[in-house]
Ligand binder design. Structure first.
Ligand code: BG6
Length: 482
């Protein structure tokens, strides 16, 4: 147990993100004993006028579905830790009230302000980050430093392009240090994303293979089988590149492509991520396919003339010794045929193939991030039986089967715990964010000014056929079944 008590303050407590992600993650941490009743208090803050019990009832309503009879009591104890304060996001009154509530709690726990820990989770739209952070800085931070801390968790989108992101970073940077700011990209909290460094650098098998000599192309794919229902207004302003590719898929790319860090220290890992991002070449328009699903504009909150892509395939090229000539194909789409996120590493053809099995496809190593976490390797084998012919088969590691007794934690659970522990490894550093925007900003501006337009595709399809053609041009060879 650390010295001071812990206050977790969820700003935007009555909103969707808090209900669906933040409070459930906190509950699961509580359930597993990572948050102790004697230490922790949780404060919800939002504009809506609610009583403590109103907020608790909302959270209970959402959480109850997944709770077993034995966990009922834990849920009630968890809900009792939550208090609600209402106020606006830019006025002193509300934040002074909030500070009073937190301080009272700290005093009741005999926790000196200098050793108390305050975690502010902004489950809010980024437009209010600067004012909320200013209010927290002015009215709610710890004053003395005896090991206590104030940390701020923010959610993407961090800006809309390079300039706006830099602007936001500068504003937050004036109020809090980089060590206090935790920029969440929840893909970094996923089990198989966290596994990437171990997989790459703790397995001798992969070390000599992981480069341009052996790998032909890499795909990082995100597919969803539902559209932007209920979020059309937000989505129309951002589009699939800002929503998924510039952050989630690019973070995965960093972990797949970066060099081995000096150590596991967060700064060493993030230094390597920045380097690989700096080596990405400007995106060529002919290596981009955009799509928009039919019916997207039927949403009342979406403009009739919207040019916003709900699908994109973008080829990134990394100019360094390891990856020169290997396309990294980032693909993301809404309203497609299924929901899946995976990394596909396709190896080159075998030179001097004596089996004439080239047509069956190539070796491929697939890491499925979700659903049903798995890794499998496509291999060419002798077809069992008397004939000497070849087939494609798979070495398969399915987490559901191999780790039956392990509950794989939700990304948010892990990331909130990291924040409490002060581990920034899985959070996006300011310079990393800047390069990520540098890569995509010219393309985004070309889309915003109508120079590039999305191709219509049917909801429930694989997206525009042009994307498959781009994939083939980039060198991907479809590997057939086994
Ligand atoms: C969010 C995006 O960051 O990630 C959503 O804003 C998307 O549009 C979601 O649906 C996907 O997250 P997950 O964890 O379900 O793959």
């Amino acid at each position: 147990r650390e010295a001071g008590c812990l206050s977790i303050i969820v700003l935007g407590a009555s909103g969707d993100l808090a209900k669906k992600k933040t409070f459930p993650a906190l509950f699961h941490l509580f359930l597993q004993g990572f948050l102790q009743e004697e230490d922790v208090h949780i404060f919800g803050y939002a504009r809506t006028k609610l009583s403590d019990d109103d907020l608790r009832a909302r959270i209970r309503g959402y959480l109850q579905k997944g709770v077993s009879a034995e966990q009922e009591d834990v849920l009630s104890r968890f809900l009792q830790l939550i208090k609600y304060v209402s106020g606006s996001y830019d006025s002193a009154d509300g934040f002074q009230l909030l500070n009073k509530a937190i301080s009272e709690h700290e005093i009741s726990k005999n926790s000196h302000p200098g050793i108390s820990r305050r975690l502010f989770y902004l489950a809010l739209p980024p437009s209010v980050y600067p004012s909320v952070c200013r209010m927290i800085r002015l009215y709610c931070t710890n004053t003395s430093d005896l090991g206590g801390w104030t940390r701020i968790v923010v959610e993407k989108p961090f800006g809309k392009d390079l300039n706006s992101a830099e602007d936001l970073s500068a504003q937050l940077g004036e109020l809090f240090t980089e060590e206090q700011l935790y920029r969440i990209d929840h893909y970094l909290g996923k089990e198989l994303v966290q596994n990437l460094l171990v997989l790459r650098f703790a397995n001798r098998l992969f070390l000599p293979l992981w480069n341009r000599d052996n790998i032909d192309n890499i795909q990082i794919v995100f597919r969803e089988d539902f559209g932007t229902e209920g979020r059309g207004g937000y989505f129309d302003e951002y589009g699939i590149i800002r929503d998924i590719i510039q952050n989630h898929l690019l973070q995965v790319l960093c972990l797949v492509a970066m060099e081995k860090p000096v150590s596991l220290k967060p700064e060493h890992i993030r230094d390597e991520k920045v380097k690989v991002l700096q080596s990405v070449l400007p995106i060529k328009h002919e290596e981009v396919v955009l799509g928009q699903y039919e019916g997207y504009k039927d949403d009342q909150t979406v403009s009739d003339s919207s040019n916003t892509p709900t699908f994109a395939t973008v080829v990134l090229r990394i100019h360094n010794e390891r990856w020169e000539g290997v396309p990294f194909i980032l693909k993301a789409g809404k309203a497609l045929d299924n929901r899946k996120a995976e990394i596909r590493i396709q190896f080159k053809d075998v030179p001097g193939d004596i089996f004439k099995c080239k047509k069956q496809g190539r070796n491929e190593f697939v890491i499925r991030l979700q659903p049903l976490e798995a890794m499998y390797m496509k291999l060419t084998l002798k077809k069992p039986g008397l004939e000497m012919s070849t087939i494609q088969s798979e070495l398969d590691l399915s987490y559901g089967l191999r780790y039956q007794d392990v509950k794989i934690p939700e990304a948010y659970e892990r990331l909130i715990l990291d924040t409490i522990r002060g581990d920034q490894q899985h959070f996006v550093r300011r310079d990393e964010l800047k390069v990520a925007w540098q890569i995509f900003t010219p393309l985004l501006h070309s889309i915003d000014n109508g120079e590039l337009k999305p191709i219509a595709y049917k909801p429930g399809s694989r997206g525009p056929e042009e994307a498959d053609e781009l994939l083939a041009r980039a060198g991907y060879v479809q590997t057939h079944g086994y």
